[in-house]
Design a protein around this ligand. Structure first.
Ligand code: S3P
Length: 178
């Protein structure tokens, strides 16, 4: 089995939950890119956005991503929702591993989840109406989808819980292994 498995998708699609469970099941290390950034800088994502702006955050995100990719550990890596959409991050990730999974979830479900959990996400924190959140997520997801579709595998989550999603990924990993 290739050593690095990468999970990507929009904010709120469940990358962290799935990553934690999947890594346990296969005995791999779990790496959450946002947490790595926070630990490295001893600051929250919100603080980094406040102090360095989104561009500063993207540069930091890129640097930490590269250091994780260089380590090449047997691991499950959950990206941030924007990671695949900046610089040539997705090209570099795809050169490192052919096990990239886009967790694809309907925008309607994303909006419901994100509206109640928006304060930790600087891009969403100032949205106060659900209708505004809906417009924002629809447009943003439309802009980002082409990057997400560069993943080698697409997992449609509509009726899948975390366990089903892990099982689906596991079955694809088994198919891919020599
Ligand atoms: C972002 C997603 C966040 C975090 C930052 C920016 C984005 O991660 O990296 O707030 O641009 O979509 P999650 O997808 O884990 O919420």
């Amino acid at each position: 089995m290739t050593s690095l498995i990468v999970l990507l998708g929009y904010m709120g699609c469940g990358k962290t939950k799935v990553g934690k469970k999947l890594s346990k099941k296969i005995g791999a290390k779990f790496i959450d890119l946002d947490s790595e950034i926070e630990d490295y800088h001893s600051k929250t994502i919100n603080q980094i956005f406040e102090e360095s702006g989104e561009i500063g955050f993207r540069q930091i995100e890129r640097k930490i991503l590269m250091s994780i990719l260089d380590k090449n550990e047997f691991s499950v890596l959950s990206l941030g929702g924007g990671t695949p959409c900046y610089f040539d991050n997705m090209e570099i990730i795809n050169k490192k591993t052919n096990l990239t999974f886009f967790l694809n979830l309907d925008s309607q479900i994303l909006v419901e989840r994100l509206f109640t959990r928006r304060e930790k996400r600087p891009l969403l924190a100032s949205i106060n109406k659900k209708s505004e959140m809906k417009d924002y997520v629809n447009k943003h997801l439309f802009e980002r989808k082409n990057y997400y579709l560069k993943a080698t595998h697409i997992i449609n989550l509509r009726e899948k819980n975390v366990r089903d999603t892990c099982d689906k990924i596991l079955s694809l990993l088994e198919k891919d292994s020599p």
